[in-house]
Design a protein around this ligand. Sequence first.
Ligand code: ADE
Ligand code: ZN
Length: 337
Amino acid sequence: TTFHSFLRALPKCEHHIHLEGSLEPELLFELAAKNNIVLPVSEDPAFESVNSLKSRYEQFKNLDDFLGYYYIGMSALVDLSDFESLAFTYFSKAASQGVRHAEVFFDPQAHTSRGIELATLVQGFKRAQARAEAELGITTELIMCLLRHLPVPEAIETLKQATDAGYFADSTLVGMGLDSSELPFPPPIWTDLYAEAKKAGIRRTIHAGEEGPAEYMTQALDILDAQRIDHGLRIFEDDALVSRIAKSKTLLTMCPLSNVRLRCIDSIKDFPLRKLLDAGIRFSINSDDPAYFGGYILENYCALQEVFNLSVAEWGGIAKGAVMGSWCADQRKFELL
Ligand code: ADE
Ligand code: ZN
């Protein structure tokens, strides 16, 4: 349709994509074979083939059900070249869909806990970033996410490791986030981690209001001083929070296809797109874990357009908000606008 080509051509920024969540089943099996990683096929027949795994991905019950597959899948990543391939494959796909700037998450603890050095993944990603800029003409930034299902001291230690390596000082990393299982691990648990990050001048985002209530978003702002919120789907449970986030122009990085696949909403019709626009909230549309949720950024934009039929001007406003909410230099924002 005409809107498909319009939305592809629209210069887009992506702010909520987990690189490990862009690991397509084909590459997962290829890397597992190369690295002699045995997938738990005897415990779960979904790991028998690419096709059985893809069918299973269409039936996630909730966030934790997905996360089980996500952490097993990424265990196929071992070498620096695996991380480079993963990231460059995503950057290529994103560029082909009209992404001009991407700020991507990765989960260092999911790899260091398997004995892989932080520097291995970071150097692999950096090679992919340099190639993406040179060969694809897109800019990319890395955001390190800590895992909320692991103990707080381990997150603090990982932050320290990245800081000591100079990754924030030299802008290898542009910020810190927090992801994984949400409901049992509310924001107040992470007070010390976020205080450390703030003290060190590190930008802070957090997954909140995905499965958890709006209260977790308020806590993220009040207690953690988060500067961006990933998802924030449940914001409309709290009118005061809506006004506050609109006023502060805090970016919400929304992921509609993810929300449907993880059953946070029944269908795209229930995604609060109209309410976000009406409330004047700054938000971006993102893919989250595209290899698992049936679409990259363009499929997310198109799924919304099919249901909500936005105008060209409305899409222009969304794209502009995404640029303004980016964590890149002002100079780059001017180029993107
Ligand atoms: N890790 C990867 N994707 C995630 C999501 N949607 N929510 C929480 N943690 C995640
Ligand atoms: Zn996410």
